[in-house]
Design a binder for this molecule. Sequence first.
Ligand SMILES: O=C[C@H](O)COP(=O)(O)O
Length: 257
Amino acid sequence: MTTRTPLMAGNWKMNLDWKQALALVEELGEQLKSVDTTKVETVVLPPFVDLRTVQVAVDAGKLPIAYGAQDISEHESGAYTGEVSGAMLKALGATYVAVGHSERRQYHGEDEKVTNAKVKAAFASGLVPILCVGEPLEERQAGKHVEYTLAQLEGGIEGLTAEQAKTIVIAYEPVWAIGTGEVATPDDAQEVCAAIRDALRALHGDEVADAVRVLYGGSVKSSNVAELMERADVDGALVGGASLKAEEFAKIAGFQG
Ligand SMILES: O=C[C@H](O)COP(=O)(O)O
């Protein structure tokens, strides 16, 4: 069990228009009344177009929910059609932003150069990046999952100061477990989350390694979250499908009982 504050982040992906987002965030606020929210941080990552709605609902209801975006532009401002800057997200009260999700890597060709630029853009705007890393099935079958994941990690955090590295969140998401119902075993999750922490220790020392929250993602549900959270280096979860149901996601946030 982690000594860090657990973080449960719901990645809504490309689901829910603003009205549906409003209904979900309000219902999540209701459901979280039965959870000790001083012991866990609950975060939602809605589509960009829902962020203002989520901001208003969270502020009006004083809901114990932080929020952020699923992506960020690596650029500060200007002629980048379709992009959304860190400053724009910050102005909406966002705290977090996912960077380098495997779907961004797969469908938008994001590599370490891009993820590193986006991580830096997040910090420059006062946002906390949730850097997503994790191997496809072939790499796991070849026994290269740790090596592959650490290369993504090291590329993504290159050039960060220790102060920045200390606050980043890393999400380990084996691609073969995303949206497949195929959850990694707690041992699989622990192995790579521990390797991520060791790599942070080698790069930035004990203080950073002991502070960074490393999440597991891939088919997390209320029925499997507790056993994952029992592992020493798993500090939370990045949840896709199960975060679209308020009751289920609140149960995940309330994994401590
Ligand atoms: O960002 C979340 C992950 O891609 C996990 O998605 P999932 O819980 O639907 O497997």
